[in-house]
Ligand binder design. Structure first.
Ligand SMILES: [Zn+2]
Length: 401
């Protein structure tokens, strides 16, 4: 097992990153031993990861960050950097490595004030002598000012600084920035690759894995959640029942409220599951006695973890609502496929009755209009419109008739 195993269906990207991580490791090792630095290197100081949602662009960047920080003794024996288990890998993956700074948008834009400390840090040497890594998860949300701050830093990087920028597509990033980055594009993994990963890695029953992979259409995280979490399956089942319920205004408003509440509840549950365990793990790693005080000077690391967890809660809520909207879109796409007589790509075979009823009871034009209403809702949420308002507008537009 290595950090690359988590990237599903991205063999080409993994190979490029693995080669770069090996060269990066050779560079660090030579410098530490005061030996001449290798001349040719596949390592470079700025990378741009693009790809559709769910393909794993953030995971690819994070796996690379882990490989760059890997301190496994196996490396000296020809092992690949990125063991996934050593202290460097583990903390980089968890988001608590002192030399890996993550920038993720909380609102619609990443503001220059949120980038200032990060840019300053990018000009300093890494604390552990390997790499100073800045991982920007939503580079498409950099606004003009914050993008310019990043550009300056990418133009004149400190010798050991690595920028990892993630965005849906190359057009989402300023040309001046992307021309300085090595670009890697991830593709949507196949349904088969996702199902295979669920069986192999997560021990999911093949039939459940296949159905989860098909329902989520190559979105790796969502497939895993659907296959392993009964609550996620319940939420999806409830979402797929929505279209038939939307007959009058009252029902539409109620459905909207339910969608928003379910997303908030989902974020809360996930936080309860993960936060406590991570906090305990970090405390143990920092050398705290059980239930006792933390050693001096470790408060900053704990604060970093809390900040990451807070960001994650906000994102989970947004993502969870987006999952529901994705399920709805897939549902109406299936309705459209039935109406047009193309049976090839039915994602929701388990909701066939509801699909058939809607397909018979409406026209392809109205189905298209509904798919557009869901897209409009997603865009509104992206612009930070209040979730309930955006979702109400959508459920009203989805109303049957
Ligand atoms: Zn490692």
């Amino acid at each position: 097992m290595t950090v690359w195993d988590d990237l599903v269906g991205q063999d080409r990207v993994s190979a490029v990153l693995d080669a770069a991580a090996r060269d990066a490791d050779a560079l660090v090792t030579a410098a530490a031993a005061d030996e001449p630095l290798p001349e040719a290197s596949k390592m470079t100081h700025a990378w741009l990861f693009t790809g559709p949602p769910g393909a794993g662009r953030n995971q690819a960047a994070r796996a690379f960050a882990a490989a760059l920080q890997c301190v496994s003794p196996d490396r000296a024996l020809g092992g690949t950097p990125g063991c996934g288990f050593c202290d460097g890998c583990h903390t980089a993956l968890l988001g608590t490595h002192a030399d890996v700074t993550t920038v993720a948008a909380v609102g619609a834009e990443i503001l220059v004030k949120d980038m200032r400390d990060t840019v300053r840090k990018s000009f300093t040497s890494p604390a552990n002598g390997r790499w100073q890594i800045i991982l920007v998860e939503d580079a498409e949300r950099l606004n003009e000012k914050s993008a310019n701050a990043v550009l300056k830093a990418v133009e004149e990087p400190a010798p050991r600084t690595v920028w990892l920028l993630c965005a849906p597509s190359i057009e989402d990033v300023l040309p001046t920035i992307r021309s300085r980055c090595r670009h890697l594009n991830l593709s949507t993994p196949s349904v088969e690759a996702v199902a295979d990963m669920l069986v192999r890695r997560d021990g999911v029953e093949p039939a459940v894995a296949a159905s989860a992979a098909r329902a989520t259409q190559g979105h790796v995280d969502r497939a895993r959640r659907l296959a392993t979490d009964p609550a996620a399956r319940e939420r999806r089942a409830a979402v797929l029942k929505l279209p038939l319920r939307l007959d009058e205004v009252g029902a539409c408003l109620k459905a909207a409220q339910e969608l928003v509440d379910a997303a908030a509840e989902d974020a809360k549950q996930l936080a309860e599951e993960m936060d406590g365990k991570e906090t305990e793990e970090l405390k143990a790693a920092l050398g705290a006695v059980q239930g006792g005080r933390l050693p001096r000077g470790t408060a900053g690391v704990m604060k970093d973890l809390e900040d990451m967890q807070k960001r994650r809660r906000t994102r989970t809520q947004r993502d969870s609502l987006d999952v529901a909207l994705g399920d709805l879109t897939a549902f109406y796409r299936d309705v459209l496929a039935l109406q047009l007589g193309t049976r090839v790509a039915i994602a929701n075979a388990d909701a066939e009755d509801a699909l058939q009823r809607l397909a018979r009871g409406s026209s392809p034009e109205s189905t298209l209009r509904r798919i557009e209403a869901i897209a409009a809702c997603r865009e509104a949420l992206d612009r930070n419109v209040a979730p309930l308002l955006a979702v109400e507008a959508m459920t009203m537009a989805l109303r049957a008739g």
